[in-house]
Design a protein around this ligand. Structure first.
Ligand code: ACM
Length: 265
């Protein structure tokens, strides 16, 4: 399976330009699954919810998501793309799984980061696994990385590849995802953005370094910090099916949930 990411610098509020940039960059790509950054169409640093709604897409009526779906259909591939999702007066920081038949799933970010709490409604979609041509993928968005439960519940449902659209400003995630992959024996593709959103309320610089990690914890590739990067590599998703970390220890089968009951609170 050919998987990868496209790291770029979305321009704040320039939704059509950003979508066109994606389509142009991916025009000649040969891949089965490509992950794009969080809020890849709109840019990131909204000042409030009125502003995030202004640049959000209603998936039932979005020419931009339609054009990504047409592209996925033409190339017979899958995209995971972050976007601001408008549903009436609600606005979510979402990621769509778009395949040859259109949008197959939308995940709404559960753990909002910092000032995102002023701009988005908290996600209300469960962490589920999607089957794409027999491969099981799970989606989380950026700051969800801080919560190991997210990768775990996806792995417990059989996820082989964790897809993580991101707009990272802290420097810890790329390192942490190595641990998430080892402790769950999954692949993870982190598609981050780079550049700076400079707005009246301040300025945020994003850290790039998009990456792909194998179930062994091996870093298969990491992009540069501040540069466009389209990277595709061949993986065998079934490498994620062997959950043994020693001859006598399975990372999932050795769990003792009766000792973790505090996690239910
Ligand atoms: C983040 O969740 N965008 C840091």
């Amino acid at each position: 399976m050919k998987v990868g990411f496209y790291q770029f610098r979305p321009l704040f509020g320039k939704t059509e330009k950003n979508c066109q940039k994606i389509l142009t960059a991916l025009e000649n790509v040969d891949a089965d699954l490509i992950i794009l950054p969080e809020l890849a169409l709109s840019g990131y640093y909204f000042k409030d919810k009125n502003e995030s709604l202004k640049y959000a897409e209603d998936p039932d009526n979005s020419s931009l998501l339609d054009s990504l779906a047409n592209f996925a259909n033409k190339k017979k591939l899958y995209l995971v793309v972050g976007f601001a999702e408008k549903r009436g007066e609600q606005c979510y920081n979402s990621a769509a799984l778009i395949g040859p038949n259109g949008i197959e799933h939308i995940y709404r970010k559960v753990h909002l980061f910092n000032e995102e709490k002023f701009c988005f409604d908290p996600g209300d979609t469960p962490f589920i696994v999607n089957d794409i041509n027999g491969v099981k993928i799970g989606i989380m968005i950026c700051f969800d990385w801080v919560f190991p439960e997210v990768t775990r519940v996806l792995a417990l449902q059989g996820a082989q590849i964790i897809c993580q659209p991101s707009n990272l400003v802290l420097t810890f995630c790329q390192k942490t995802m190595l641990a998430r992959c080892i402790e769950n024996k999954v692949f993870a593709i982190t598609a981050n953005r780079f550049g700076t959103d400079t707005r009246p309320q301040g300025s945020l610089k994003f850290t790039g370094k998009s990456q792909i990690v194998a179930p062994s914890g091996t870093l298969l590739h990491r992009a540069a910090s501040q540069r466009d990067a389209l990277y595709i590599t061949e993986i065998d998703p079934t490498d994620a099916d062997n959950k043994m970390i020693t001859e006598h220890n399975g990372v999932l089968s050795d769990r003792r949930p009766e000792f973790y009951t505090l996690l239910n609170n």
